[in-house]
Design a protein around this ligand. Sequence first.
Ligand code: BDR
Ligand code: CA
Length: 316
Amino acid sequence: SHKVIFDTDPGVDDAMALYFALAHPAIDVVGITTTFGNVKVPQATANALYLTRLAGFDIPVAEGGALPLMKTPGTPPGFIHGDDGLGNLPSRLAINATPLAISAAEYIVQMARGYPGEISIVAVGPLINLALALKLEPTLPQLIKEVVLMAGTIIEPGNVSPVAEANVWNDPHAADWVFTAGWKLAMVGLDVTHRVVMPSIYFEKLAQHHQHHPALATLLHAVNFYSDFHEKARPELGHACYGHDILAFVYLVAPELFETQVGTVRVQLEGMGNGQTMLDRLGHLVYAEPGWEPNRPVTTVCMQVDAGQCVQLIEQ
Ligand code: BDR
Ligand code: CA
C-alpha cells in the first residue's frame, strides 16, 4: 500500500480527499501536514485534527506554513469553504488532540530520512511546506517515492484568474520550486478536476447509511455548503461540486484513468499571469530561459480523465 503524507489546507474538498484516503485499502495516511490556503493555518490544523479524530484515526498532524514564501498573503475566501473551512459547522464535538511539536517541513524531512524511498506525498494546498522541506533537505527528491499535486492548469481556464489555479496562485514561488526539484512528480490540475463533478446526493446517501457517524454528518454539511457555492457560480452543475483534491488520491491509486503529458512545468511569478503553470511540451524553454539545462526535471501532467470510472471509484 502507499504510505502517504497528506499536505492539506482543509477545506471541503480536502476533507473529501482525506476521508476517501482513510477508507481506501491501498492508502495508508501516515501523517498530515497543514498549510494556509482555504483558511489560515491554525484553523487548517484544527480541522485536520478534528476530521481525523472524529473518524477514529490517531494520525499525527504537523502544523505548517502560515505565509507564502515571498508573495503578500491574501485573505481566505470564506464564501467558498466557510469561515471555518468546513462550511461553517453549527457546532463541534470536543476532541482531545494537539499537533506535533515539530513543523510540517521538519516532519516531512524526518519521515523521508526514516523511510527512504517509501513515502509518497499528496499535496493539495499551497506548496510552502514542500518548499521549506526542500530547503532543509536538498536531497529530499531522492528520499521521497513520489509526489502528487492538486495544482495548476494547462488548457482549462484558471479559477482565481484567467490562467491561475488557487493552490499555485497562493504561493507561486513555492510551486515553482516544487516543479523544478527533480522528484517523481505528477500534477493533477483543473484540466481534470473540472471534469469530475460530485453530486451532493451521493454524500446524502453515504450519511444515511451511517446515520450515527458524526464524521459523515460533518462531511455532508461541508459538502452541502460547497455545493451551494458551486451551484451559484456554475448553475449548470446543479447542486454538486468539483472533486478537486480527491483526484490527487485517485491518481495515486489509479493512474490508468488519466491521460497525461510529460514536460517541464514552470510557474509565472509576476504580473497579470501570476500563478500560471506552463507546460513546455516542445522544448521552447531553451529560448525563454537563460541558463536552461536540457535535463531539466519533468512533471507528468494529467490532461484528461475518465470521469465516469473516476466517480465510480470514489463511490465505492
Ligand atoms: C484547490 O484550491 C482549494 O480551494 C481547493 O481545496 C483545492 O485544493 C482548487 O483550485
Ligand atoms: Ca485544498
